[in-house]
Ligand binder design. Structure first.
Ligand SMILES: *Cc1c(COP(=O)(O)O)cnc(C)c1O
Length: 429
């Protein structure tokens, strides 16, 4: 079957695509939630909370057992010793981030990590203190930057630049981002940009944005909440200063899972960067001498403060085993096709009644498609509720947007078809 041209929103087509899917068996590695009738839900909500890898339970239980069995001795003698627990996550996270292991660290949660990195990388001066973000940013990101601005004594109403799409457009044009950055040269201290925008699903060329920011003399940081595990990343080659992410969306690390951060190698040993530190920033070899001086661990690990939360890291270890098994390149290849098939089904079955906020260019999106239901907000809300009642889990954003994410690790082509069929039914087409 030729991608796109021979596709149809029919069971035989979805079945043929699933039969040809070399990654199909990864679905068996996840627990698929079921509805009240006992049937598996059509789960298209991996952009909010990824599904539980089946081996997560064993990984968590092993830590509980080791705690029960060993008490404090578990720090050194647990099956996976707790002292170096965060280090275990470095190598697999580095692969997904497109970084060297020393450039990444698992710690805290996303918004906290953004704050810690802004302490180091947002160094405003009277002349240069502006921050650029996208208009309609995830509220937490906006709260992070406005509170940082105020903390430094600046008024967000003046110092925060928020770039919106052109009137009548849903997504941002690359040239407009670059022009805005260039126009702020000399005044811009920091660009904080999403890898994939959470509401529209638009994916950005991070290396281009990093280049534009650096040409303007600004630091560049990325929020990868909707990117890591969704699209391939190359943070090191793309020259980002820093990045942060959460692990409960596409990484499937579980609710409130330990977050992550990237700091480019060129900052690995820069002691001139101010930081908020704790004992876990101290180099591992001498940390337990408990001396008064801080000998910073080079690299991203030097931004840690506390010892790692083992119980919220164990499921992430399990989840990253699935990524290592499948490989990000293969996942992206499936994702491109699966998302295109969802688009095809939506357009064939519901095209008159919805508009796609996410563009059709596969290079400018991950797996998420955001759709707007024609008519008023009330209609859109009842359509979303009908999907939910019929076992199709999507997510709702005020006032009229439904976000659907077919995730290549555990979704099938049949899920894309079923979602579109039930959407058509809810729209009563
Ligand atoms: C999910 C998400 C968050 C959540 O932040 P936490 O600190 O993990 O609660 C923040 N920003 C963006 C862009 C997100 O998508």
């Amino acid at each position: 079957m030729n991608a796109g041209t021979d596709w149809s929103a029919t069971e035989p087509c979805a079945r043929a695509l699933d039969a040809a899917d070399a990654l199909a068996h990864f679905r068996d590695a996840f627990s698929i939630p079921r509805g009240a009738d006992g049937a598996e839900l059509t789960y298209l909500c991996g952009h909010s909370l990824g599904l539980a890898p089946r081996n997560a339970r064993a990984r968590v239980l092993e830590e509980l057992e080791d705690w029960e069995r060993l008490g404090v001795r578990g720090h050194e003698h647990a099956r996976r010793d707790w002292i170096s627990y965060a280090e275990r996550l470095q190598a697999p996270l580095a692969v997904l981030a497109g970084a060297a292991p020393q450039e990444v660290v698992a710690m805290n949660s996303l918004s906290v990590n953004l704050h810690l990195l802004l302490v180091s990388f947002y160094r405003p001066t009277a002349a240069r203190h502006r921050i650029l973000i996208e208009a309609g940013a995830f509220p937490s990101d906006r709260h992070v930057v406005t509170s940082q601005l105020r903390w430094h004594g600046y008024d967000p109403a003046v110092a925060l630049i928020e770039l919106a799409p052109r009137a009548g457009e849903e997504t941002l044009r690359a040239e407009e981002i670059e022009q805005t950055i260039a126009a702020q040269a000399g005044k811009l201290a920091l660009v904080l940009w999403p890898g994939v925008q959470y509401r529209t699903g638009q994916s950005f060329e991070l290396a281009h944005i990093a280049h534009a920011a650096q040409r303007a003399g600004a630091r560049i940081g990325f929020d990868l909440a909707h990117s890591i595990g969704n699209v391939p990343l190359s943070l090191h080659d793309g020259n980002a200063d820093f990045a942060a992410w959460c692990s409960y969306k596409y990484l499937n690390g579980g609710p409130g899972a330990i977050g992550g951060a990237f700091v480019h190698e060129r900052h690995a040993r820069d002691l001139s960067l101010p930081r908020l530190s704790g004992w876990w920033a101290h180099e591992a070899a001498t940390r337990f001498r408990m001396g008064p001086e801080l000998t910073l661990t080079p690299g991203a690990a030097g931004w840690q403060i506390s010892n790692p939360p083992v119980l919220s890291s164990a499921p992430l270890i399990a989840a990253l085993e699935q990524f290592s098994g499948a490989g990000m390149a293969a996942l992206r290849a499936k994702s491109l096709q699966l998302t295109a098939y969802l688009e095809c089904c939506l357009m064939q079955l519901c095209g008159q009644e919805i508009t796609l906020l996410t563009g059709s260019d596969p290079q400018q999106r991950g797996c998420q498609l955001s759709i707007r239901v024609r008519g008023n907000s009330e209609r859109a809300r009842s359509v979303h509720a009908a999907l939910d009642a019929n076992g199709v889990v999507t997510d709702w954003r005020e006032p009229d947007t439904i976000r659907l994410a077919p995730v290549p690790l555990y979704n099938r082509y049949a899920d894309a078809l079923r979602a579109a069929q039930l959407l058509a039914q809810a729209l009563r087409i």
